[in-house]
Write a protein that binds this ligand. Structure first.
Ligand code: IMP
Ligand code: MG
Length: 176
């Protein structure tokens, strides 16, 4: 079993069974809220891919899935420093959008994508975030569906990475 990444020790924060239960609850809430809607779920790559894959299997309505990929460079607190790598493949005009992200840290990533989506006039827009770091943010981001509130420490696993490693870990760990 992986116990460290790049020489940094991993301390268990959230076990996979706990994640599974929470993801199932979120899926049920989303199912209830979007009855009779044609939901378009947008995952932010790469971090959200495992969360999204589990979440959509707990959503019991017809949905469409698409992905958007961004990268932040130098200082991700500045909106201009987030770059679109792969754009959406569908039109979002008049659609009910649920944006899914692994982790909310400073909010720059979600802010950038939210602005982009809202400028294309969706019918509705909500956010779903698995991990929400407790901190003062530069960007005011409303989280409509939240998995866990966590301390402001670097985490890895269940899709989130440390320098691209650790995404495959079933549990979520804090890096020592
Ligand atoms: P934000 O733009 O500051 O909210 O940061 C969001 C992105 O930074 C997330 O989508 C993650 O990919 C990455 N990130 C921020 N904090 C962590 C962390 O603790 N572990 C892994 N990735 C993180
Ligand atoms: Mg990410």
């Amino acid at each position: 079993m992986v116990k460290e990444i790049r020489g940094r020790k991993l301390n268990l924060l959230i076990e996979s069974s706990e994640i599974k239960q929470k993801v199932h609850e979120l899926g049920k809430q989303i199912t209830n809220d979007y009855q009779d809607k044609n939901l378009l779920i947008i995952g932010i790559l790469k971090g959200s891919f495992i969360f999204l894959a589990d979440l959509i299997r707990s959503i019991d309505i017809n949905t469409e899935i698409d992905f958007i990929r961004v990268s932040s460079y130098k200082d991700e607190m500045t909106p201009g420093n987030i770059e679109l790598v792969t754009d959406l493949g569908v039109s979002i005009n008049d659609r009910d959008i649920l944006l899914v992200e692994d982790l909310l840290d400073n909010g720059g990533t979600l802010n950038f994508i939210r602005e982009k989506i809202l400028s294309n006039q969706p019918a509705s827009f909500k956010t779903c975030v698995l991990l929400n770091k407790k901190k003062t943010r530069k960007f005011d981001i409303r989280v409509d569906y939240m998995g866990f509130e966590i301390d402001d420490k670097f985490v890895v696993g269940y899709g989130t990475d440390l320098a691209e490693e650790g995404r495959n870990l079933p549990d979520i760990y804090v890096i020592e």
